[in-house]
Design a protein around this ligand. Sequence first.
Ligand code: HEC
Length: 139
Amino acid sequence: MHNAERWTKVVDRMKLRMEGRGNMGSLMKNMMDTVEAPSEEETHALLAYLRRHSQKPIETRRYPDLATAGWTFREACSQCHALPEPASRQPGQWRSIVERMERNMAWMNRVVGSKRDAREPQFEIEGIVAYLERNARRN
Ligand code: HEC
């Protein structure tokens, strides 16, 4: 989900939480029961794995039409993680990813308990898929 840089911060924060030193304090430590926070070595391995498989963020200078034709893509797809690089996938790979993201969004709305807000960027699947396919990797 996240790009490499972001994973470093997320892992740091979660490790502190697991150690009972986050914003939930020792409550989190109690919830962990007998599960232990990862050691330095384990954290290192986890982070290396996450960074290796991290999101490739968009190289915006390659997309001069991001604020026009790519606007819905930009607004809808940067809400939970870095805006992904369209050329990181082949044309046929984007549709199923975008459909899964729509489910991720529905799930998140359920968790947060909010109704669809008309002021938020709408998830216009066809327009987003078309933009991504047009800019996808060609080889
Ligand atoms: C509601 C939050 C949310 C939104 C909005 C969102 N994503 Fe994601 N994205 C996630 C989560 C969670 C993951 C990791 C789990 C997964 O892959 O389903 C992820 C992972 C990804 C991945 C890596 C996984 C893979 O299969 O390659 C890509 C690429 C991606 N998102 C693209 C997009 C695009 C394109 C959009 C806009 C159409 C988008 N995301 C909008 C939450 C979101």
